[in-house]
Design a protein around this ligand. Sequence first.
Ligand code: MLT
Length: 405
Amino acid sequence: MIRINENYLKLKSSYLFSEIAKRVSSFQQSNPDSKIIRMGIGDVTEPLPQSIIKAFHHGVDEMADRATFKGYGPEQGYDFLREKIAHYDYAFRGARISHDEIFISDGAKCDTGNIQELFATDITVAIPDPVYPVYVDTNVMAGRTGENKNGRYENLIYLECTAENNFVPELPKERVDLIYLCFPNNPTGATITKEQLKKWVDFARETKAIILYDAAYEAFIRDEDLPHSIFEIEGAREVAIEFRSYSKTAGFTGTRCAFTVIPRECMAYDSNGNKHSLHAMWNRRHTTKFNGVSYPVQKAAEAIYSPEGQREVKAIIDHYLDNAKIIREKMTSYGYNCTGGENSPYIWVDVKMDSWKFFDMLLNKCQVVCTPGEGFGKCGEGFIRISAFNSRENVINAMERIAKL
Ligand code: MLT
């Protein structure tokens, strides 16, 4: 008799954004004429900029010519892209990362979800609360947790992020092996300073833990003092893995391209205490389970680093940041306390009521979709997340509708 992985039975029946999509679609069916404004999932709305599209087309044309046609590419990504990343995303900011420490992939969701395969199933995992649900769910699937009791899984260490700590978690009191951090944060929009991040790096070095650092929203940082990468922090090469994505940076949510950085010094241990290279292990996994991102997509991603690409991408991010400013100012003027929306496309709004009830009210009364904070964890209860990924017109309309609440 074929049997299932029973860890799946511990999960909520549907993934957060699927549940939201289900509720929105059922509302739309019953109200076919209503014009819904979607500010729930962080999905980009602005088209790919010209320089990127040009490079994308050129890559497609090369595939149509015998002389330039490409079959399987390197699983880790083409050097033309990895070298640009090493230079512009890291060396430029004083972080030492070589091109062969970079693994190109089809998304940070997949990479942050898959990376836990490298670690033992009986390690202790520390996860912020609220948090991007992929980190939790993939550890549940792998069997690292017990049951979900009152909104929390047994055996996980929750790092509470609240207004009291400005949504930056304190170091755990207990021993942990794997630590997830995400800054600028999804969902709260909070940021971390270099001094705060250094404490985490030092903690991981002292305790032989690993930090999984999700920097998918780093392109939204405008404050010069904030770190864009954990590798700007001394010692991080030994204890950190970083995830980046072009989804929110350059409008690639539908195009798919991202990357993961694992320095060669980054080590984990076997049961006898022997060190093993996580770079080598991820390379083994990546080459076994992944055949690379398509050539035209990598050519499109490379164009982001051209002077024209940089200008165009910055203009799009500025557009979303201006949206975020409008949302934050309006929601504050309606009497809500807000975090994020600066150096981040997300605004975390304290609605002081059941977050799914607020979600339903916003959908029914204003035809505006947000993300209920409870979907990100217990500490998200009483909050909603509003995404700034939208047209200016939609943002202004949504704020006018909410004003009438
Ligand atoms: C979000 O809304 O949190 C993100 O868009 C989800 C994702 O990047 O997978």
